[in-house]
Ligand binder design. Structure first.
Ligand SMILES: Nc1ncnc2c1ncn2[C@@H]1O[C@H](COP(=O)(O)OP(=O)(O)OP(=O)(O)O)[C@@H](O)[C@H]1O
Length: 610
């Protein structure tokens, strides 16, 4: 699935850079790991996310000091809210050229200096800009966005005429107060007179005419006032210390500042220690090695929203491309039990099973890591791009290879699972069958039913969609056989069964549909036209259809064991003769009405129902 949303490594790097500039031990401990997952609440304090992208940074009244680099926001292109209100941040204001979505900026009550950047003029969605109580200098740029409804630059050192744009003139005097060198409406000083009066003032000060020197008198008065204030302060401080000592002696004050924030800090510390305890555990001894940190640094791309958590593709700087599956809705298992189940999954090894590379287990986070299968899943291969020029036909030999690979993988799982009341795979469907770069068939998502909370599993896993579960809440290895039969029908018909349809797509009850097609004698239309044209293979398709229908029997007892299925599928031939016709849309029509195929299909399937 093409998904432009999802976590971006460079956004994380941008935030880590920001953090490096601030000296906040709280953020140092809190901003670790991934800040936002797809559609979940962000993990990092003060960060807002939408679809895994950073959309807000809100760090208010945290005593943050330090500098922000001017290009700090360059990689946060989805940013819409920014607030560092009431901190001690210094340095120039940032550049905003790459943040076209910014709506609200609040940098008030800090120590920002330098000029207001003109890149702010190009933020077309800017609604609110609060820069009051800083040390900004220079002129106010000519803001004229009609979106801008709240604006405050008071208590800075700004200078010059306030531009006469409609936007800037719509704000009252209070937005500009406390900038002595600002002039023009809405301030009361007209620009000419301000300059004139300041000139005459300086003339006065430097004048060496008759009479007392005004400048000198002012300096003397100032010095006296300062000395008095300092004297008062010293007396006050002494009294304060004495009072405090007395209160402590009488136990009126807590021993030593143990206030809320240290308690918060301690719980955070505890949590972080717990996370640190969890390390990436690699399943293979001689496989690739990397640390969780490498994984978190890697740029990542959402692969889509699965039922049991989201999948990410992570491109490590060194090492393989991996898929990270973040598990959610898990059973309330003890960590020992959990680890046991994970190890059972990790121990399953077969050329047609996508191996678990590594896993991560902590109280708050459970991750599965797999190798990335470059050629994607069978659902997309079968149904993607239909009717477009981009569609590459999915030919019979490849479909048969999928049928074989999946059967073998299932057989391995069934032989290695003792329980008779569970489905060893439990969630077999076309999106869980992958092709690697060599088109090797790899089944994934096996064994998850042992980890997923029952109510969630019951809603979403394929083994809960079987006829026996629907009617009698029963489940067994035969549930996997039913799922396999449905997958074969999907491969043969090119239609989507209800349980493997992606969100927003309607699937059908495929086995019911095939039965009806036979009954109503439009059998030739059963097969996907894309393979039906491969005449030499029609016999093989019919054999596979027969196997599929047996696997889809309503009653589990009538379905074959998976080992028998494997044996039968192995016997299906790629083609009767070597002539394996090229597919072309022009050859579609005759094949669809092909009488012989239709007749044989009816015979085979009707025979099967006897
Ligand atoms: N190792 C992998 N390589 C390539 N693509 C993968 C890999 N693992 C999963 N995918 C793809 O990522 C997407 C999301 O996978 P995920 O397993 O989360 O959901 P799903 O298979 O659609 O549903 P479910 O959660 O029920 O299995 C799917 O399109 C899946 O085919």
């Amino acid at each position: 699935e093409d998904d432009s949303s999802g976590f971006r490594g460079y956004e994380r790097d941008a935030l880590l850079d920001l953090k490096a500039g601030f000296n906040s031990s709280f953020l140092d401990r809190n901003w670790t790991g991934i800040m936002c997952y797809m559609n979940e609440a962000p993990y990092w304090h003060g960060i807002q996310c939408v679809n895994g992208r950073v959309t807000g940074i809100i760090l208010e009244s945290m005593g943050i000091s330090g500098e922000i680099k001017t290009n700090a926001l360059a990689n946060l292109t989805e940013l819409s809210l920014l607030s560092f209100k009431n901190n001690l941040v210094s340095g120039n204001l940032m550049e905003f050229a790459n943040n076209p979505k910014l709506r609200k900026i609040d940098l008030s009550d800090n120590k920002f200096q330098g000029q207001i950047p003109s890149s702010l003029l190009y933020l077309d969605s800017l609604e609110s800009l609060l820069l009051q109580e800083n040390k900004l200098t220079g002129p106010i740029p000519g803001f004229n966005q009609s979106s801008l409804k709240t604006f405050n630059v008071s208590q800075n050192n700004l200078s010059g005429a306030i531009p006469e744009t409609k936007t800037l003139q719509s704000f009252g005097l209070s937005s500009y107060l406390g900038n002595e060198k600002l002039c023009g409406p809405p301030t009361r000083s007209s620009c000419n007179t301000t300059i004139a009066s300041s000139q005459s003032e300086s003339e006065n000060l430097s004048s060496k005419g008759d009479g007392p020197p005004v400048g000198a008198i002012l300096v003397v008065v100032n010095v006296i006032v300062l000395v008095v204030i300092m004297f008062l302060l010293i007396i006050y401080y002494k009294k304060y210390k004495k009072l405090k000592a007395e209160m402590k002696a009488k136990n009126l004050l807590p021993k030593d500042e143990e206030h809320d924030s240290t308690i918060v800090d301690r719980t955070m510390e505890k949590r972080n220690r717990e996370i640190e305890m969890g390390k990436l555990i690699f399943v293979e001894n001689n496989g690739p090695r990397f640390e969780l940190d490498d994984l978190l640094k890697a740029s990542a791309e959402g692969l889509g929203h699965g039922n049991f958590g989201n999948c990410y593709k992570a491109m490590l700087e060194v090492g393989p491309v991996v898929v990270v599956k973040r598990l959610k809705d898990l059973k309330p298992l003890s960590s020992e039990e959990f680890m046991r189940q994970i190890r059972a999954i990790a121990d399953q090894k077969h050329p047609n099973l996508l191996p678990l590379l590594a896993y991560f287990y902590s109280k708050d986070e459970k991750l599965f890591l797999y190798r990335f299968a470059a050629h994607g899943n069978i659902y997309n291969r079968l149904h993607g791009g239909r009717g477009t020029r981009n569609r590459v036909p999915f030919r019979w030999s490849s479909r048969l290879a999928v049928a074989r690979g999946v059967a073998r993988a299932l057989e391995h799982l069934h032989l290695n699972t003792r329980s008779q009341t569970t489905a060893p795979h439990g969630n077999l469907k076309s999106s869980n069958v992958l092709l690697d770069e060599n088109d090797e068939v790899l089944v994934t998502d096996y064994g998850l039913s042992s980890l997923i909370a029952l109510p969630v599993a019951a809603q979403r896993m394929v083994s809960f969609k079987t006829p026996e579960y629907q009617s009698h809440k029963r489940m067994s290895k035969k549930s996997d056989v039913w799922s396999y039969g449905s997958l074969l029908l999907e491969l043969l018909t090119g239609r989507i069964p209800a349980h493997s349809a992606s969100p927003g797509t309607n699937g059908v009850d495929l086995s019911g549909w095939v039965h009806r097609a036979v009954r109503e004698e439009w059998t030739a239309e059963i097969f996907d036209p894309e393979i039906a044209v491969q005449r030499g293979a029609n016999q093989g398709m019919l054999r596979l259809m027969k196997i599929a229908m047996k696997c889809c029997e309503k009653s589990p007892e009538k379905r074959p064991e998976i080992s028998q299925v494997v044996a039968e599928v192995e016997e299906v031939k790629v083609a009767v003769d070597s002539e394996d016709e090229e597919f072309s849309y022009s050859s579609l029509d005759p094949s669809v009405t092909d009488e012989s195929l239709s007749a044989t299909a009816s015979a085979v399937i009707a025979d099967d129902r006897r």
